[in-house]
Ligand binder design. Structure first.
Ligand SMILES: Cc1ncc(COP(=O)(O)O)c(C=O)c1O
Length: 387
């Protein structure tokens, strides 16, 4: 049985080049990067190379990047770090503004800050999952400490108007954070040209290893570290660095950046093949696409669909039996019976949320895999509906 992996938004298989960099760093650069001897310097140089690669990919200075333990840590470090720093500068700055469709790494951190006395505003989204700039304008004021709006959504792919919201945030003295975990490697991100102060990345969405991420902190941004201890990462993130993971992240980021157009085009072609296969075999009326259907308004590698009368749990289980991996939403909410907070925020009934599945694509997928998946989905759906 051919196995088909269509869950790249949950995690992408590690690129051979990233794996080679991981093994090379772990085996040939075994020192602690804080040590002054040759072993330490060898390990440190792997980190420097990776930081340089990431800074080229983002258009920032290398010293504006801090390596973290993944996207979740980057999001938490961004929110807690900026909120606390803003409040210590000005006690009135206690506002946090975010959106209802953020990843839980942002939403739960924001709720934690609310429990610590910050004032939280969660902006609604429209049917496509997009926040309105007008709502953001009304919510962001002189007491807002941090605004956090994601680049592109992990469940639907919908892009947010981060440039406009960033302008608003900046004009009112708030720090602008963007979770770019899903967008990085698919959207050309130039932080020099964006009104963004903090930006979160994760290695494992672009073919790097799990458990490594980075936080961009624009020079001069009010921000304080989450972790305290040693002076690693210029005192921004204490703890011995994950040298091999960081080295592999650097290689994956370099490849993602150099091949961005090819990756985009490939993901879009696979997505289109799956969609047209589903229209043909399942019937265009039998399902709907959740999120922005317009290519300019969404990430190319995510397709979220709701199939009338077919529960996502049953469908996913049956797909798994046929060797096809997809997801019911974000990896952390799948497996729970809760409907996705993203789809609920978009106004889908909770019944329909439970009919929705996410397929997400990468370079390992082929058009023939998309055709086969459409055929299998249609067969399973018609069997389930007959029950
Ligand atoms: C948009 C978004 N933010 C944050 C994260 C968390 O990243 P990590 O898995 O590296 O902690 C994810 C992972 O799914 C994500 O999709």
């Amino acid at each position: 049985m051919e196995r088909i992996y269509m869950d790249y938004a949950a995690t992408a298989p590690m690129l051979p080049e990233a794996l080679a960099a991981y093994v090379s760093a772990a085996s040939e650069a075994p020192g602690n990067p804080s040590s002054l001897h040759g072993y330490g310097r060898g390990a440190r140089s792997r980190i420097t190379e990776a930081r340089d690669a990431l800074s080229r990919a983002l258009g920032c200075r290398p010293d504006e990047l801090t390596f973290t333990g993944g996207g979740t840590e980057s999001d938490n470090a961004a929110l807690f770090g900026a909120a606390r720093a803003q409040r210590s500068r000005d006690a009135r700055r206690t506002g946090i503004v975010t959106t209802a469709v953020e990843h839980h790494a942002v939403l739960h951190a924001a709720r934690r800050l609310a429990a610590e006395g910050f004032e939280l505003t969660v902006l609604p989204v429209d049917r496509a999952g997009r926040v309105s700039v007008r709502d953001a304008e009304a919510a962001i004021g002189d007491t807002t400490a941090v605004v956090s709006v994601m680049y592109g959504n992990n469940e639907t792919g919908t892009l947010q108007p981060i440039a406009q919201v960033g302008e608003l945030a900046r004009s009112r003295g708030a720090v602008m954070h963007v979770d770019a975990v899903q967008a990085f490697g698919y959207e050309r991100i130039d932080v020099g040209a964006l009104p963004v102060d903090l930006l979160s990345l994760s290695a494992h969405k672009i073919g790097g290893p799990q458990g490594v991420g980075a936080l961009y902190v624009r020079s001069g941004t009010p921000w304080e570290p989450l972790l305290h201890g040693g002076s690693q990462e210029r005192r921004r993130r204490a703890g011995t660095e994950n040298v091999a993971g960081i080295a592999a992240f650097g290689v994956a980021a370099d490849i993602a950046s150099r091949t961005l157009e090819t990756r985009r085009a490939h993901a879009e072609a696979v997505r289109e093949a799956l969609l047209s296969g589903l229209r043909e075999r399942l019937g265009a009326e039998a399902f709907s696409v959740n999120g922005d259907p317009d290519a300019a308004g969404r990430l190319p590698h995510i397709l979220n669909i709701g199939i009338e009368g077919v529960s996502n749990e049953t469908l996913l289980m049956n797909l798994d039996l046929q060797g096809i991996a997809a997801s019911g939403g974000s990896a952390c909410t799948s497996g729970s019976l809760q409907p996705s907070h993203v789809l609920v925020a978009m106004g889908l009934s909770s019944h329909f949320c439970k009919n929705s599945v996410r397929f997400s694509f990468g370079m390992g997928n082929t058009i023939s895999q998309a055709d086969k998946t459409a055929e299998i989905v249609a067969t399973i759906a018609s069997r389930l509906r007959k029950r």
